[in-house]
Design a protein around this ligand. Structure first.
Ligand code: PLP
Length: 389
C-alpha cells in the first residue's frame, strides 16, 4: 500500500523505552519506572464516582462538539481559582487530551507549509504532529543558562514564524517562565503576527511559585491544558483549550468534523475531578518529596549537571561527561540497574544524545529504590570504566 511523506514521523522514544521495560518485566525482572510522564495515582475518587453514577443513569451518547456546558463552566471557574481571571466559558473547548487540542489548534491556525517554532528541548510530539499536518517545525534552541526556556531573541532568530509553542513548566526541564518573561515572549510574537500557543499542561504541579497562564497576559493566545497531569487522568484522554473569542466558531467547526465530541464518559469524570482539589493537592505532596529526594540523591550518584525544576515531575540531566549516545546509555541503565529513564533525543534532536530525563511521578518508595539502583550502577561504572558502552 502507498504511504504519505507527511506520515513519516519519528517514533516517540519514551514509548519504545516503555516497551523495552515491559519486555524486561515479562521476562521476570523488577523495573523502576522513571521514564513515563504519568502519575502513579488513579483518577481522583470524585471522578470515578461521577462516572459510576452516569453509567447507571445516562446513555453517554454524543455531546455537543465543544464539550458539556457544565464542564466548560467548571474549567472557566478553575481560571478564577488559580489565576484570578474571569474567563467566559464560551471560550473553553473540551478536547481529547491536550494531544487532541494540538490537532485542532494547528489546523485552525496554520496553512500547509507554514513554519512553527518548537523549543529544543521540548515535548517531542509537537514536532511530529506538525509534520503530519504538512507543517514545518522549526527548532528554537534554548540555553541551559536560561533554564531551557526561550528568550525573545531566540524566537526572532528563527525568522518568519506563523506560530510558536511554549510550555511552562516545560517538559523535559520542569522550568517555568515568570510573568515578565512570558509577557516578553507573547509581545515578541504579537509584533510579528506569530500565533502564540501556551502549553500549560503541568499547571497545578509547581513547587516554589504558582505558574503564570498566558491568559493573565493576553486574550489573543491559544492556551492548551489537560486533565492528564495535575488531575491524574492520563488514560481518560480529556483536556481543553482556551481560544480567542473570534476563534470559537472556527475551532467548533473543526472539532465537529474531526472528533464529533470529546469522550462523553471522560467529560463526566473530568467534571467530577474538578471538585477533588484536596485529594489532588495530596499527590503534589508526593511529587514534592520525590523532587527533594532526587535533587539530593542524583548529584551524589554522579548526575551533577541538573537544574532544579520549578514544576512538573521531571529532572533533565546533562550527561555529556558520561556519554555521547543517550539511547545506548538509557539501554545500559535499564539492563544493568533495572531503571527505565528517557534518552534526551526525544526532546532535542541536536543535543539530546547527551541528556537524560528522570520522571518522579511515581510513589516515593519507587523513587527511593530507583535512586539506590542508580547510585550502585554509577559506582560500578566508575569502578570498572572498561565496561562502559
Ligand atoms: C508538555 C506536554 N504537552 C502535552 C502532552 C500530552 O498530554 P495529553 O495528550 O495526555 O493531554 C504531554 C504529555 O506528556 C506533555 O508533556
Amino acid at each position: 500500500m502507498r504511504s504519505s511523506r507527511r506520515g513519516q514521523v519519528d517514533p516517540f522514544i519514551v514509548m519504545d523505552v516503555m516497551e523495552a521495560a515491559r519486555r524486561a518485566e515479562t521476562a521476570g525482572r523488577h523495573i523502576i519506572h522513571m521514564e513515563v510522564g504519568q502519575p502513579g495515582t488513579p483518577a481522583p475518587r470524585g471522578a470515578r464516582d461521577a462516572l459510576r453514577g452516569a453509567l447507571e443513569s445516562d446513555g453517554l451518547g454524543y455531546t455537543v462538539a465543544l464539550g458539556l456546558p457544565a464542564l466548560r463552566s467548571g474549567i472557566a471557574r478553575l481560571y478564577r481559582d488559580w489565576y484570578g481571571i474571569e474567563l467566559d466559558p464560551e471560550r473553553v473547548v473540551v478536547t481529547a487530551g491536550s494531544s487532541g487540542a494540538f490537532l485542532l489548534a494547528f489546523s485552525a491556525l496554520f496553512d500547509a507549509g507554514e513554519r512553527v517554532g518548537v523549543t529544543e528541548p521540548g515535548y517531542p510530539s509537537y514536532r511530529q504532529i506538525l509534520r503530519a499536518l504538512s507543517l514545518d517545525p522549526v527548532g528554537v534552541q534554548t540555553a541551559v543558562e536560561n533554564r531551557y526556556q526561550p528568550l525573545p531573541d531566540d524566537i526572532r532568530r528563527a525568522g518568519n514564524l506563523a506560530g510558536m509553542i511554549v510550555a511552562s513548566p516545560g517538559n523535559p526541564s520542569g522550568t517555568m517562565l515568570d510573568r515578565a518573561s512570558l509577557a516578553r515572549l507573547i509581545e515578541t510574537c504579537a509584533a510579528s503576527g506569530t500565533a502564540f500557543i501556551s502549553d500549560e499542561i503541568y499547571h497545578g504541579i509547581q513547587y516554589e511559585a504558582p505558574a503564570v497562564s498566558a491568559l493573565e497576559i493576553s486574550d489573543d493566545v491559544y492556551v492548551i491544558n489537560s486533565f492528564s497531569k495535575y488531575f491524574s487522568m492520563t488514560g481518560w484522554r480529556i483536556g481543553w483549550m482556551v481560544v480567542p473569542p473570534d476563534h470559537v466558531r472556527l475551532v467548533e467547526r473543526l472539532a465537529q468534523n474531526m472528533f464529533i465530541c470529546p469522550p462523553h464518559a471522560s467529560q463526566v469524570a473530568a467534571l467530577g475531578a474538578l471538585g477533588c482539589r484536596t485529594e489532588l493537592d495530596g499527590n503534589l505532596a508526593v511529587y514534592t518529596e520525590n523532587r527533594r529526594l532526587l535533587l539530593e540523591g542524583l548529584p551524589k550518584a554522579g548526575f551533577t549537571r541538573i537544574a532544579p525544576p520549578d514544576g512538573a515531575f521531571y529532572i533533565y540531566a546533562d550527561v555529556s561527561e558520561m556519554t555521547s549516545d543517550s539511547l545506548a546509555f538509557a539501554a545500559e541503565i535499564l539492563e544493568k540497574a533495572g531503571v527505565a529513564v528517557t534518552p534526551g533525543l526525544d526532546f532535542d534532536p541536536r543535543r539530546g544524545a547527551q541528556t537524560l530525563r528522570f520522571s518522579y511521578a511515581r510513589a516515593t518508595e519507587d523513587i527511593r529504590e530507583g535512586l539506590r539502583r542508580l547510585t550502585d550502577f554509577m559506582a560500578e561504572r566508575k569502578a570498572f570504566p572498561a565496561s562502559r558502552q
